[in-house]
Design a protein around this ligand. Structure first.
Ligand code: HAM
Length: 418
């Protein structure tokens, strides 16, 4: 038997309804905030990710799925969407259309991480990007949208954490100070962090190792070192959040795993997912568009991890779909009539199933039961000759004969009452 590849998952009916529900809600809510959908390719040139996410990040160093294509060119399965949206924005000169462009996209991402609960090699994100404004109100606006979306789908046991990583101007002197502090503690750090101290010292705050965490507790924090401008900006983000009634907590250790971030960063975390506690995450990236060869245009965004989000949807939310009607038929003329009638129901939007393979009435009824159909329409050759069918209410266990010409109308009437 051929099985799916490790870290890659099927999303089966029964579960997929939750995905459809969440995606539909996201589209609806995001569009009210002025976002438009953008669809971007699943593969890009390796340089796009290396340059935007950063050479010294875990993603680029060890998690990308990169292959030579048939011409030997290195292509990468996208590990995230921000870089691709930025590329599309520059390539199609979308900055010429609107002063501020707001996008969302939904789809799979690929990272060769060690699979565990909440961490997969193919996972899905709902991703949001806003390009063209550095107004701190837009940071708060996007966090408000995220928080509203989570409330709407009843994912409430989460916490919004925010931090500021400052601008490039305040980060350089801070980086030096952090390296100095960490070099002195180097012997205590894990092997990865010993290397990170030189390549990407901020990432040491994110290490899961207990000792590294203790060391970084005492380390200087970026928030204490940001310039007056960045500080004012961060204050404004918070003022907006407070005024808009969005609760948040400042987490000075929040550093993020991608290099393009500047100023505001944020994560929505939960304690319900074990080690993988971030359900959504993002921040501002004011230098990215320029770094990728575009104009000097600021941006911000976030991504929601759909697998993690969906595992938090309350179990009592029954989104499974049963047919409203099951048509059982006996005899070949009745079967043709069942096919025609199924179309009549379906064409007016009623979910309908029919029995196949000439099964007995008893086994078709069992089938309808297993599908949890609300009504069964029974068509036998005899009733058909009289132009009638039987409509059975499966829950009430009651049935009556109805004229075939009136059956759709009758079912529709009952639909309104229930
Ligand atoms: P990220 O923090 O790498 O950010 O990923 C965002 C979210 O995707 C995480 O919080 C998590 O819920 C989910 N996620 C990440 N990796 C996995 C995995 N291996 N398995 C399951 N879920 C995962 C970004 O990707 C940025 N592009 C977000 C962003 C958009 N920043 C600005 N705009």
């Amino acid at each position: 038997m051929i099985k799916a590849i490790k870290g890659f998952h099927d999303i089966l009916p029964g579960e997929v309804e939750k995905w459809q529900f969440v995606e539909a809600k996201a589209r609806k809510i995001f569009e009210t905030f002025g976002l438009s959908e953008i669809k971007i390719p699943v593969v890009e040139r390796i340089e796009l990710f290396a340059r935007s996410i950063g050479e010294a990040t875990d993603i680029v160093e060890k998690e990308m799925y990169t292959f030579p294509d048939r011409k030997g060119e290195l292509i990468t399965l996208r590990p995230e969407a921000t870089a691709s949206v930025a590329r599309a924005y520059i390539e199609h000169r979308l900055y010429e259309n609107k002063p501020v462009a707001k996008f969302y996209c939904i789809g799979p991402m690929f990272r060769h991480e060690r699979p565990q609960k909440g961490r997969y090699r193919q996972f899905h994100q709902v991703n949001v990007e806003v390009l063209g404004t550095s107004d701190p109100a837009s940071d708060a606006e996007m966090m408000t949208m995220l928080s509203h979306f989570l409330t709407e789908i009843k994912v409430t046991e989460v916490e919004l954490q925010i931090n500021s990583l400052g601008c490039l101007g305040c980060r350089a002197p801070y980086r030096k100070e952090l390296i100095l502090f960490m070099v002195n503690k180097s012997a205590e750090l894990c092997v990865d962090c010993q290397r990170r101290v030189q390549t990407n010292p901020l990432r040491t705050f994110d290490c899961k190792n207990k000792i590294c965490q203790e060391v970084t507790t005492l380390a200087p924090k970026i928030l204490e070192h940001i310039c007056a401008n960045c500080n004012h900006n961060f204050e404004e983000v918070q003022r907006n959040l407070r005024e808009l009634g969005v609760s948040y907590k400042i987490n000075p250790r929040l550093v993020r795993g991608l290099d393009y971030y500047t100023k505001t960063t944020f994560e929505v975390v939960t304690d319900k997912l074990g080690g993988q506690n971030a359900v959504a995450a993002g921040g501002r990236y004011d230098g990215l568009i320029k770094d990728l060869g575009g104009p000097d245009i600021p941006g911000l965004g976030f991504a929601i991890g759909l697998e993690r989000l969906i595992s938090l949807i309350p179990a009592e939310r029954d989104l499974s779909r049963s047919p409203h009607i099951f048509i059982a038929s006996l005899g070949s003329d009745a079967k043709i009539e069942a096919m025609k009638l199924a179309n009549k129901f379906r064409f007016v939007g009623i979910r309908t199933e029919i029995g196949y393979d000439g099964k007995s009435l008893k086994s078709q009824m069992r089938w309808a039961n297993r599908l949890n159909a609300k009504y069964v329409v029974i068509i036998g050759d005899e009733e058909l000759a009289l132009g009638r069918v039987i409509l059975r209410d499966m829950a009430k266990k009651e049935q009556e004969e109805i004229e075939l010409t009136r059956i759709v109308e009758e079912v529709n009437l009952r639909k309104e009452i229930t």
